[in-house]
Design a protein around this ligand. Structure first.
Ligand SMILES: N[C@@H](CCC(=O)N[C@@H](CS)C(=O)NCC(=O)O)C(=O)O
Length: 341
C-alpha cells in the first residue's frame, strides 16, 4: 500500500485512500477547477477540505505542500518516476492532470501550446482581475468611497470578457469543438463573477452572449455539477439531533458494509455517532469512477465536526469515508449523523 505518511500534510488531513490523488481544496473558483478536472477525467482521488474560517491555509501542514498558502494543491502518490508529486497553482495542476490522463489537452504540439496560452490568459488575467471586481463590488472594498479602483477592475473585466467573447463567437469551446483545461479554468470564474460576486450587471454580461452560452454548456456537464460542490463546505447542523455515544458504534456498525468496517471500526476515538435510519437494502455494490470498490448508500450522510456539518449525498460514499476517518481520529470531537434523504 502506498505510504504518504512522510508528507506532513497527511498528519492534518489523513489519507484514507493513499493510493489515490489527494486534493486539498475548497469550492472556490480556483478550487473547483481541480475537482471538476478530476471528475471529468475519472482519475481516482480523495478530497480534503481546507477551511479558511479555521485558517487551515496557514498551518505548517498545508504550507508544506502549498507555501503560497493558497488552495488548490494536490499530492499524487504516483507522480513521474513512480514517485509522489506535490503541486500547487491550479494552472500547473490542470496541465499535470491533463498529461497524466491524456484528456482535455490536444495531443498535437500546436494545439497544446494554444490551450496553455488560453489557460495562462485565465491565470494571469481573468482570475486576478475578476477577483478584484469581487473585492471592490462585494467584499471589504465595497465600502470605499472612491470608486476609481472598482471602476478600473470592472473596465478590465469587461475588456477580458470581450476578448473571450470574440474567441467564442465562432467556437463551441475556447479551443473549438474540443473541451479543454482552458474551459475548465475559465468558466468557474465567469460563473463566480456574475453569481457570487453579483457583478453581472456591472460588467454588462448581456453584451457577451457567446460567453454566457458557453458558460451554460459548461454548467450543464454532470462532472462540472459534481465538481462545483467538492470538497463539501458544510452546512448548519440540523436542530434536534440526539447523539449516540460512539462507544456504541461497533453495534451500530454491524450492519455496515465491509469497506466501512475496515476503515472505521477500531479507531473511533472521541467522536460520537448518530444513525437515524440504516436501510440494509440500500447497500448496493454500485460503484462510480471515483469510488470504485466502495459501497454507496442510498441515503444521506451528514458529518459534523466541531461546528461544521458536511452533507454527503448518495454516490459520494468515498467522501463520506474520508469524512468519517477525519471525525473519528483521536482528539477530534466530531459527530456523525446518518439520516434518510
Ligand atoms: N494562482 C493561484 C491562486 C489560488 C488562490 O487565489 N486561492 C485562493 C482561493 S480561490 C486562496 O487559497 N486564498 C487563501 C488565502 O489567500 O489565504 C491558483 O490558481 O492556484
Amino acid at each position: 500500500m502506498t505510504n504518504l505518511s512522510a508528507f506532513l500534510v497527511t498528519n492534518k488531513w489523513p489519507a484514507l485512500r493513499p493510493e489515490r490523488i489527494q486534493l486539498y481544496s475548497l469550492p472556490t473558483p480556483n478550487g473547483v477547477k481541480i475537482s471538476i478536472m478530476l471528475e471529468e477525467t475519472g482519475l481516482p482521488y480523495e478530497p480534503h477540505l481546507v477551511r479558511f474560517d479555521a485558517n487551515d491555509q496557514y498551518t505548517p501542514e498545508f504550507l508544506s505542500i502549498s507555501p503560497n498558502n493558497k488552495i488548490p494543491a494536490i499530492l499524487d502518490p504516483n507522480g513521474p518516476g513512480d514517485k509522489p508529486l506535490a503541486l500547487f497553482e491550479s494552472g500547473a495542476i490542470l496541465i499535470y492532470l491533463a498529461d497524466k490522463s491524456g484528456q482535455f489537452i490536444p495531443q498535437d504540439a500546436a494545439g497544446r501550446y494554444e490551450t496553455i496560452q488560453w489557460l495562462m490568459f485565465q491565470m494571469g488575467g481573468i482570475g486576478p482581475m475578476f477577483g478584484q471586481v469581487g473585492f471592490f463590488n462585494k467584499f471589504a472594498g465595497k465600502e470605499y468611497e472612491d470608486k476609481r479602483p472598482r471602476d478600473r477592475y470592472v473596465a478590465e473585466a469587461k475588456r477580458l470578457l470581450a476578448v473571450l467573447d470574440g474567441r467564442l463567437a465562432d467556437r463551441t469551446w475556447i479551443m473549438g469543438d474540443t473541451y479543454t483545461i482552458a474551459d475548465i479554468a475559465t468558466f468557474p470564474w465567469v460563473r463566480n463573477l456574475i453569481g457570487f460576486y453579483e457583478a453581472g450587471e456591472l460588467v454588462g454580461i448581456k453584451d457577451f452572449p457567446h460567453v454566457t452560452r458557453a458558460l451554460d454548456a459548461f454548467l450543464a456537464r454532470p462532472a462540472v455539477a459534481r465538481g462545483l460542490d467538492i470538497p463539501k463546505r458544510g452546512c448548519p447542523p440540523a436542530p434536534g439531533d440526539t447523539l449516540v455515544p460512539l462507544i456504541q458504534f461497533d453495534a451500530l456498525a454491524s450492519g455496515l458494509p465491509a469497506a466501512w468496517k475496515s476503515s472505521v471500526v477500531g479507531q473511533v476515538g472521541t467522536a460520537r455517532i448518530k444513525i437515524l435510519r440504516m436501510d440494509e437494502q440500500a447497500y448496493e455494490a454500485e460503484t462510480h469512477d471515483y469510488n470504485e470498490g466502495l459501497f454507496v448508500v442510498s441515503g444521506q450522510l451528514i458529518l459534523q465536526t466541531e461546528g461544521e456539518t458536511v452533507v454527503v449525498r448518495p454516490g459520494e460514499m468515498y467522501l463520506a469515508l474520508a469524512g468519517i476517518a477525519h471525525a473519528v481520529l483521536p482528539g477530534s470531537h466530531g459527530t456523525l449523523v446518518i439520516v434518510d434523504v
